[in-house]
Design a protein around this ligand. Structure first.
Ligand code: NAD
Ligand code: ZN
Length: 365
């Protein structure tokens, strides 16, 4: 299946399907990449152990000069230190401005390798080869970044890939928790943009089927389609693109309060979407909206309950005010005016938030 991210001369294809990595050299040729260009595959040690060797062999057989660099798996690889190490490696191996970086892995590798590509010799092309479900979100849209000790994604840029080549066969080795985490963003794309997709996710909701074809490719295709439509309309996030942060203002606060250990990103965002859906219902009077959101999240194995969190409303609110998306001291929340239609609200009273926060759990469901 093919999609296009429409960005004028920076438009690019998203290819989704089983076994695409085995045809990687042909896809690169389609993109106009020739064997005169040196390739650098960046990966992490989990993904590398599973998929790097066949990728390298295939590229070498096709006549490419190819190097690889593997970082430790996990968020800590998105650091200035690994950034510098990869740049050093690229310089030592004489990568030039025609060279191409291939990001083989999840969102961590995509963000790190993409940021290297955006700055190496003032920017070289890169291709996203996502291997996690969550990476349907991170590989599309051109936001690349590394972390600073004082904050996540604080050093970054916009650098669109040449293509996203999504081999869904790699998803079969994903740990269960990562699958659920990825579905948080799949569901998010439905909630904010496409009620018909939400209906479809409800009809097909069966966690055992979550990794089966054709369900999986169809879910990824529809979620990528939504992401690319939003990005096409607002590449640099001057407006609309902010709706992709549904559940994230709360979610980021939970992640930070839990020191990025207690939850995965998807779990924190799932609870955040549950809170935001209840706030939406309170503000826009959409009966049953929150129940639909929480039920679907739970079906896909995600947490939705905030009462058991060990933090007070005041602690969460304070963290939300330090989010980089807060502008001029006003809390901007992404809410659902109705299912499938997100809006940015900067008028929500603190008392409304507090009232939702204190709802007894049975009223949430
Ligand atoms: P990740 O890249 O750390 O992958 C999760 C874990 O799964 C890692 O241990 C990894 O080694 C392992 N893994 C990856 N693919 C595998 C496979 N096929 N089989 C077995 N194990 C595999 O995490 P993620 O959830 O993919 O991405 C999270 C990152 O994405 C965060 O840093 C977040 O900031 C970033 N992100 C970026 C954007 C963006 O727009 N740029 C959007 C959302 C998230
Ligand atoms: Zn997210």
């Amino acid at each position: 299946k093919t999609l296009t991210v429409d960005l004028g001369e920076r438009s690019y294809p998203i290819w989704i399907g089983q076994g695409l990595l085995s045809k990687l050299p042909a896809y690169l040729q389609t993109l106009g990449i020739t064997s005169s260009q040196t390739l650098l595959v960046v990966t992490d040690d989990h993904v590398g152990a599973l998929y790097l060797e066949p990728v390298l062999k295939g590229l070498q057989r096709a006549g490419f000069r190819v190097f690889s660099y593997s970082v430790p798996a996990g968020e800590q690889a998105k650091s200035l230190s690994y950034y510098e190490q990869i740049i050093t490696y690229a310089l030592e191996h004489k990568l030039d401005r025609q060279s191409v970086i291939l990001a083989l892995g999840g969102g961590v590798v995509g963000d790190l390798a993409g940021f290297v590509a955006s700055t190496y010799m003032r920017g070289i092309p890169f291709v996203q080869l996502p291997t996690t479900l969550l990476a349907h979100d991170s590989s599309v849209g051109g936001k690349v970044a590394i972390n600073h000790p004082l904050g996540k994604n604080m050093i970054g840029s916009f650098h669109q890939p040449l293509a996203v080549i999504y081999d869904t066969a790699t998803l079969s080795t994903l740990p269960e928790r990562e699958v659920a985490c990825g579905f948080a963003e799949v569901l998010k794309h439905g909630f904010i943009w496409d009620e018909a997709f939400v209906d479809w996710l409800e009809e097909n909701a069966n966690p055992c089927r979550a990794l089966q074809e054709p369900f999986l490719s169809e879910a990824l295709y529809r979620a990528c389609h939504i992401k690319s439509q939003v990005v096409s309309q607002d590449e640099k996030e001057t407006g609309l693109r902010a709706i992709l942060n549904f559940g994230h203002t709360f979610g980021h606060a939970f992640e930070a309060l839990g020191h990025y250990r207690d939850f995965t990103h998807g779990e924190a965002v799932a609870i955040g979407m549950a809170v935001a859906a209840h706030v939406s219902e309170a503000v826009y009077g959409q009966q049953g909206l929150a129940e639909r959101v929480t039920r679907l999240l739970s079906t896909y194995g995600l947490p939705v309950e905030w009462h058991t969190l060990p933090w007070s409303f005041e602690q969460v609110l304070e963290k939300m005010y330090t989010d980089k998306k807060v502008m001029a001291g006003r809390l901007r929340l992404v809410l659902l005016e109705r299912m499938g239609r997100a809006v940015i609200a900067d008028h929500v009273a603190e008392t409304t938030l507090r009232a939702v926060w204190s709802l007894p759990f049975q009223n949430q469901l």
